[in-house]
Design a protein around this ligand. Sequence first.
Ligand SMILES: *[C@@H]1O[C@H](CO)[C@@H](O)[C@H](O)[C@H]1NC(C)=O
Ligand SMILES: *[C@@H]1O[C@H](CO)[C@@H](O)[C@H](O)[C@H]1NC(C)=O
Length: 463
Amino acid sequence: MRATAARSTNHRSLLPFANSSVTPMPSSSAAPATHRLRLWWRRLGRRGATAGAAAFVAALLAAAFFFLALSPDASAPATSYPSYGHRLPTLVDLTLVDGAKDKGAVCLDGTPPGYHWLPGFGEGSDKWLLHLEGGSWCKNLTVCGQRKKTNLGSSDYMERRVEFVGILSDDELQNPDFYNWNKVKVRYCDGASFSGNVEDEFQDGTSVYFRGQRIWEAVMRELLSKGLSRAKEAFLTGCSAGGLSTYIHCDDFRALVPKASTVKCLADGGFFLDVEDISGRRYMRSFYNDVARLQDVRKNLIHCSSDMEPGQCFFPREVAKGISTPMFILNPAYDVWQVEHVLSPEGSDPERLWENCRLDITKCDAKQLETLQGFRRELLDAISDFKKKKDWGMFIDSCYIHCQSMNPLTWHSPSAPRINNKTIAEAVGDWFFNRREVKAIDCEYPCNPTCHNTVLSQPYKEA
Ligand SMILES: *[C@@H]1O[C@H](CO)[C@@H](O)[C@H](O)[C@H]1NC(C)=O
Ligand SMILES: *[C@@H]1O[C@H](CO)[C@@H](O)[C@H](O)[C@H]1NC(C)=O
């Protein structure tokens, strides 16, 4: 029985597990389940043989539960998450948007966009939580053309059913505040965070559609007709490139559900920084310039002034300035995707000095750690104005990870990362329901023993 093994297993992108040897000795929340069980067994065992035998059986059952809960099943598909609830994650079918093609609201390859809808129940029947999927961006015709043949560019390649976990879970143990809400995962297939809009489908002889804005509108129209228009409370969320989409569309969403008493938004791992990379260039800005020009996103970004490069307007720091709806910024200070693609991107490290540090934060040397601390300070500086907004919330943990709301282990579980002893789910719920103000900023790495720090076995690709 080696439940602890799960915490140091290398997983790519979908299962960012912790490496428990990373940080100073963990507190109780990070203590291996086996250890806790053994103590429990010893305590109970002293009460005599009968109690001991009963406890032994109970311990075995509990151990089996922890084993199932903590160990990723090697034979399971890559999308399968260990569950912290009392049952397996619910699978939700893909729905293709009705009549989307007629409106020109299509994926890169011209197929209709899609979403997965899990209806709410009980008190949650008239409450809606939407999640906008992420998956980086495509910046030119070559890469967008390749994307057409993947789930990020075509509904022909999308999984027909997906697991709803973390913030999308319908299990109260895993998702205490939103488990009974209507929940929707909107699939991402336009390559520019649901914000491009180019009429012409032919670009240099290849057919590629850049219609993210129309996809957003078509999906919203369909969800409004399915009950979103009568929502009492509504919550727009998204991770990574979907987190950026959330910043871009938060106020649009507010305007679409006027009857709702409460409308708020949460961007997870979506605060991409406009900073110099380790070679002193602004790789991310030039990347965003390419995306913004290719897909003509500028006309969607109202705060964008003419003296700014189009890519500059695509950064959350700029987008968020114009948002009037309450937002929650959920971001690790050392976002693993950003360290790889913003701080030390392709071409910035010809001698490959950063290779090991990128894959595993414990392999960073003192100088690299100083650079990472500088990156954290840039993030804190970029969000400082938003911290002053009373109705905004934030949770900036010092973990080496990416996308924490979609993972049951990091969203809400006995071993989830905590700040001030609150899990992300608790912090977000407290803020959403005005139970308290939440401006949770963690201390510097490696101070937080509850962190799940990703150890990548190969470079991280999706955003
Ligand atoms: C698109 O970008 C990729 C990756 O940077 C590059 O290899 C390719 O040559 C570019 N294609 C065009 C048409 O610019
Ligand atoms: C942290 O929270 C848990 C419940 O989530 C509680 O049992 C524990 O006592 C708290 N620890 C501290 C130090 O407050």
